[in-house]
Design a protein. Structure first.
Length: 438
């Protein structure tokens, strides 16, 4: 009963948001009448109700109202619904005699505003709704201890899911299958399905994003197969990623030029030395290239480091594990800010323009780290390194070198254009939060 009540509330809120977007689009379109645009006949919301219905129906088809997705997965499904709805609406108007009664500019404006504001509106609404414990879904997690703790933490930390761990009086069950044999897993599934309408299984294989896999059914023998691909080695994906990043670079180039001038000036004012730090790094197909960064160290940095390590030998052990120092005496005052904010890596836009790097990808590893990549190099060095990547937005300061490599491989095997978009957005958030922390 609680599930249907909550779903009804979210559906009503979404319809109200779509109606509010209609009036906002109407306000903006009327304000644009002062410019030399085609004449616009005011619409009533009733005249636009079929558009709202199409969007709502498509979101319902994407199971937004029956399953609890995290923010990014739900936003992806909202975007899919809006894109499909936009083309359906245009096709219906084109094929009907009512096409002249509707402004294509107004319709386009409505969908642009929906893209920008609907996910934000849904996020605010869920923030309010899930503040009430009554609406939270109570979830029991069983199985592998390590995975169980990870899932419990996510359920309790990710408020957008509207879930909370509970070992009794639960509404649903998640089974972490790692370490279970087949008979044990089937027994657990059957046991909980006796009292629960649905059970969620965390697959034993954790290096694959099954949400992007194709499930094939062989009905005669009652067997399913999952198609697994190395996403970033497929030619069409490489082309799609290249086009997306080219457009993104063109968009940010004016901002980069302005920031480059500012950063160059403050580096020169802070200490003697060049603006750029250049170092050979490992690139695609194990071809090394000159990687650019803004200089963050003093000119006599090697001497400073040796003196420091002599006094602090514990730093040598720390570097062996994390490939960085706790306190690096080589870093200038401006350099510290550039590193904390990750602005030192902004110079790698030059490498992107030269075709040596991508905006998003594995980090550009140093030449001396080739052997440390071990068998991971066969994945990591098959693609261009990136200015930012999954490990940078996944708590990079707390990750070991091994965990970094595992994230890099996960990104490559499970790449999607949406994943790149999410990483870029999260990178902006990470950079701004670090700048704010300063």
């Amino acid at each position: 009963m609680k599930k249907y009540f909550l779903n009804s509330i979210i559906m009503i809120i979404d319809v109200l948001l779509l109606i509010a977007l209609f009036y906002l689009a109407l306000y903006v379109r009327v304000a644009l009448n002062q410019y030399e645009l085609p004449s616009f006949s005011r619409l009533e919301v009733a005249d636009f109700s079929f558009v709202i219905f199409i969007i709502f129906a498509l979101m319902h088809y994407e199971k937004i109202y029956s399953l609890r997705y995290d923010f990014w997965q739900e936003t992806f499904k909202v975007f899919k619904s809006l894109i499909l709805a936009y083309f359906i609406v245009l096709a219906l108007l084109m094929l009907s005699k009512f096409s002249l009664d509707y402004s294509r500019l107004f319709i386009s404006l409505y969908f642009i505003l929906a893209f920008l504001l609907l996910p934000i509106g849904k996020r605010i609404a869920k923030r309010v709704i899930y503040n009430f414990p009554f609406f939270k879904k109570r979830v029991l997690v069983i199985g592998d201890r390590e995975k169980k703790e990870i899932i419990k933490k996510e359920l309790n930390d990710n408020w957008y899911l509207g879930m909370a761990y509970s070992h009794k009086n639960y509404d649903s069950v998640i089974i972490a299958s790692q370490g279970m044999n087949l008979d044990e897993l089937n027994a657990e599934i059957d046991s909980y399905l006796k009292t629960q309408s649905s059970v969620y299984i965390v697959p034993y294989v954790t290096g694959i994003n099954f949400a992007n896999s194709n499930i094939m059914e062989y009905s005669n023998i009652r067997i399913n197969t999952l198609q697994i691909e190395n996403k970033l080695l497929i030619k069409r994906n490489i082309l799609l990623k290249s086009v997306f990043e080219l457009l993104a670079v063109i968009f940010i180039l004016p901002i980069f030029i302005l920031l480059h001038l500012i950063i160059s000036i403050i580096i020169k004012l802070d200490s003697n030395g060049p603006i750029f730090f250049k170092q050979h790094r490992l690139g695609k197909n194990n071809n090394d290239f000159v990687c650019y960064k803004y200089r963050t160290m003093y000119k006599d940095s090697d001497t400073l480091l040796q003196e420091y390590l002599t006094k602090h030998p514990e730093e040598i052990e720390y570097y062996a594990k994390y490939h960085k120092y706790i306190n690096d005496p080589r870093i200038t005052k401006v350099g510290h800010f550039l590193r904390v904010s990750s602005l030192d890596e902004l110079a790698q836009i030059i490498n992107v323009l030269k075709g040596e790097m991508s905006l998003v990808g594995p980090r550009p590893y140093m030449l001396c780290e080739l052997e440390k990549l071990a068998h991971y190099q066969h994945f990591i060095l098959r693609v261009k390194p990136g200015i930012t990547g999954l490990w940078q937005v996944s708590g990079r300061n707390e990750l070991t070198f091994k965990e970094r490599k595992e994230l890099e491989v996960w990104y490559i095997k499970n790449w999607s254009l949406w994943a790149d978009f999410v990483i870029l957005v999260k990178t902006i958030k990470v950079v701004l939060s670090k700048v704010g922390a300063k």
